[in-house]
Design a protein around this ligand. Sequence first.
Ligand code: ADP
Ligand code: ZN
Length: 291
Amino acid sequence: MLFGALEAGGTKMVLAVGNENGEILEQISIPTETPSVTVSKIVDYFKDKNIVALGIGSFGPIDLDRISKTYGFITSTPKLAWRNYDIVGNIKNELQIPIGFDTDVNASALGEATWGSIKGLSSGIYITIGTGVGVGVYMNGELLHGMLHPEAGHILLSKHPKDNFEGVCPYHPNCLEGLASGPSIEKRWNQKAYELKDQTEVWEMEAFYIAQGIVNYILTLAPHKIVLGGGVMHQEQLFPSIRKQVTELMNGYVNTPQMEDLDNYIVPASLQDNQGIMGCIQLAKLELNKN
Ligand code: ADP
Ligand code: ZN
C-alpha cells in the first residue's frame, strides 16, 4: 500500500511516496511560493501515484481541532500568503483521499515513535533546533494537542550572564527560539553557525539555552525520551554539554533511572533526517485507519 507524505515548510515543501513500513520510495522538494502555485504542484505530483492517504506535517500555527470550522487551516503564520489558508481542504478537494494533519515537529515525534528512538515507549518529545525551534510531543501513545498544539519553542528562559544579544523572536525578548535558533546564533556571532564549530563559548551558550528548555520539558511533560534534531544539532559537541547542563540545572530534583543515564535519554534524531517525512507517512496511515 502506498502513502503520500508532505512536509510543508516555510521555505520548501518535501513530497514523498512511501510504504507502510516507512520506506521512502521517491521524494522531491519544491520551493514554498504562494498557496495556489505550490498546492497545484503538490496535487500534480500526488495525483497519479496511487496513494491511499496523505499525511501532512506543516509549519504553523495550524488548526488541529476537528470540530473547528477552520480545521486543517494554517492560521496565524507570519508567512502572509499562507495565513488562514485551508491546506487540508484544498488538497483533499483535488485528491479525494483521507489526509492526516499535524505540525511538522509532531510529525517528527511520530516518526521517531514509530520507527526511531521513541519506538516502544509511551512518550517522548522531538525538539528541532533549526531555522526555528519547535517541540513535538508524543504522550500516552498519541500526539499531544490541547487548545492548540504545543508551541514550546517559545518558552521563556533566563538569559546567559554573558549574553547581551536581544534575540530574534519578534514576540519575546527571551524565548528559546529567539535565543537558540540557527538564525539567532548567526546574528549574535555574526557568522554562519557551521563556521563557528571551534568556538567553545558559542556552543556552551547554545547548550545553556537548550538545557534550560529541556529541564522545563522534563518537569512539565516527563517524557521517556528526548530527541534532538534540526540543522544546529549537527554540531554534535552540543550533546555532552547539554547533558551536563541539564544535570546541573535539575540539581538532583528528578531522580529517575533516565536521569542517571542521559546518554540514552537525550539523543540525536535517529532516522537520518527522515523523521519528519516518515512521520507524515504514519500520519497518513493513522488517518486511513480512522476512515
Ligand atoms: P529548517 O529548520 O528550516 O527545517 P534546518 O533544520 O536545516 O532547517 O535548520 C537550518 C538552520 O540550521 C540554519 O539557520 C543554520 O543556521 C543551522 N545549521 C544548518 N546546518 C548547520 C550546521 N552544520 N551547524 C550548525 N548550524 C547549522
Ligand atoms: Zn518567541
